[in-house]
Write a protein that binds this ligand. Structure first.
Ligand SMILES: Cc1cc2nc3c(=O)[nH]c(=O)nc-3n(C[C@H](O)[C@H](O)[C@H](O)COP(=O)(O)OP(=O)(O)OC[C@H]3O[C@@H](n4cnc5c(N)ncnc54)[C@H](O)[C@@H]3O)c2cc1C
Length: 399
């Protein structure tokens, strides 16, 4: 992918300009390139927002919460698309994006947590998700580092992981590959305004990128919505998550093979082991105003992770960070065409955000649906149903 300064005479005119190079914007750029369209992607800090923090659990079963019926089929469909999506990115980029199909174990810290997880499992099974009960002995036979004091364990065989940082790097490399780079451009600046005449954006330095279609994959970024009536993005709220990265000392045998999720005294925690020995420990959910990581959140993560896996206290802590998830009122993303000042669909203006806790999981599915809006070709099964569910105006009274 070419990286150009926007004031450069080669500043692009593309079929599509995508504002936001998080997993959703980049995955959409990739899907559009696969369909032969030229893309410009605009972001001052590609992959630096929520996508940088994410643990990357591809967890259509163990991530499920009650009362999210519209979301379940999206999660399942997205998870089933993942192998193909990853294979395409890896083939084009030559990058390993850290997709691991090891299962997930879900552990209870106390008898009350076990009861809560057993009830959730009934709900998961009733909705077609494969979650099985294990004895603690069986769980420890699979993962010997688990505490013998666990109160119970469950297993979600279809819940996997990808490394979002590697995925972002892989997508950028795929778009930069020999086959694609002439038609994909990354501009490392903020977009400050939608062009009045439609079709493109103005950048911080006053230059402009023209395009037939504009996709706003801006996560929580709201700068571009000022001119839009009743912007559907106004329903987004930041849900902060503290997240830790830790490692074993050099030469030590891996601590875990599988992702370990758990509930300890009613509070969720997870440990996601990467192939290179890194363990990602997360993640809190805070709706406060702290700019960075919360001391209390970090304390609770380490405490609860250690309850499930006592050897956590032997790890080297290499990173503490917090980012905000783009949350929607029903936890379902916002993907669809935007409307202009008269309430009519703005031709070529598409919103793709609201990934909330599942944006990495949902990225390929949302990318397919956004690409279908651009091309009018809903290849792949039932993207119309996906777009109905993600209608960005569903919280607005019909006018
Ligand atoms: C702690 C934590 C753990 C998580 N774990 C998981 C997980 O295990 N599995 C999962 O599926 N999801 C997880 N998520 C959720 C996931 O990270 C998000 O849903 C996903 O990253 C959203 O992707 P995005 O591309 O929409 O947004 P972002 O990654 O936030 O990217 C938006 C981009 O838009 C850019 N932008 C905004 N405004 C402008 C502008 N005006 N001009 C140019 N660029 C602009 C920003 O710079 C940014 O790079 C987690 C999130 C957090 C915070």
């Amino acid at each position: 992918m070419r990286a150009v300064e926007p004031s450069h005479p080669d500043a692009p005119r593309s079929d599509v300009v995508i504002v936001g190079a998080g997993v959703i914007g980049l995955a959409t750029a990739w899907r559009l390139r696969e369909r032969g369209l030229s893309v410009s992607i605009v972001d001052p800090d590609p992959g630096g927002a929520a996508s940088r923090a994410a643990a990357g659990m591809i967890a259509p079963a163990s991530e499920v919460q009650y009362q999210q019926h519209a979301l379940y089929p999206l999660m399942r469909k997205a998870a089933s698309n993942y192998p193909d999506f990853v294979a395409g990115v890896q083939a084009a980029s030559g990058h390993d994006v850290g997709y691991r199909r090891t299962e997930t174990l879900v552990c209870a810290g106390t008898p009350a947590d076990r009861q809560g997880l057993a009830e959730l499992r009934e709900h998961q099974n009733a909705h077609g998700m494969e979650v099985d009960a294990l004895t603690v002995r069986e769980a420890r036979a699979l993962e010997p580092a688990l505490s013998p004091r666990l109160a119970g364990a469950f297993r979600a065989v279809g819940d996997h992981q990808v490394d979002p940082r590697r995925l972002v790097a892989g997508l950028i490399a795929a778009l930069s590959s020999r086959e694609h780079r002439a038609h994909a451009t990354l501009v490392t600046q903020a977009a400050v305004r939608l062009c009045d005449d439609g079709g493109g954006v103005e950048l911080a330095d006053g230059s402009r990128i023209a395009a037939r279609h504009t996709i706003l994959a801006t996560g929580l970024g709201s700068d571009l919505f000022a001119g839009l009536p009743a912007s559907p993005a106004a329903v987004l709220r930041p849900v902060h998550g503290d997240i830790l990265r830790a490692r074993l000392p050099d030469g030590a045998a891996p601590l875990l093979e599988r992702t370990i999720r758990g509930v300890v005294n009613g509070v969720p925690v997870y440990l996601v082991p990467r192939a290179d020995g890194e363990i990602v420990i997360g993640a809190t959910s805070r709706e406060d105003d702290l700019a960075g990581a919360s001391a209390g959140g970090v304390y609770r993560l380490l405490r609860d992770a250690q309850t499930l896996v006592p050897a956590v206290c032997d790890l080297e802590l290499v990173e503490v960070m917090a980012r905000a998830r783009p949350g929607t009122p029903d936890d379902v993303p916002l993907l669809g065409r935007l409307r202009d000042g008269d309430g009519a669909e703005a031709p070529g203006l598409i919103l793709a955000t609201g990934g909330f806790r599942h944006g990495v999981l949902l990225a390929p599915l949302l990318a397919d649906a956004a690409a279908a809006l651009v091309t009018g070709d809903s290849r792949g099964p039932d993207l119309t149903g996906v777009l109905r569910t993600t209608d960005p105006y569903r919280f607005h009274p019909t006018d």
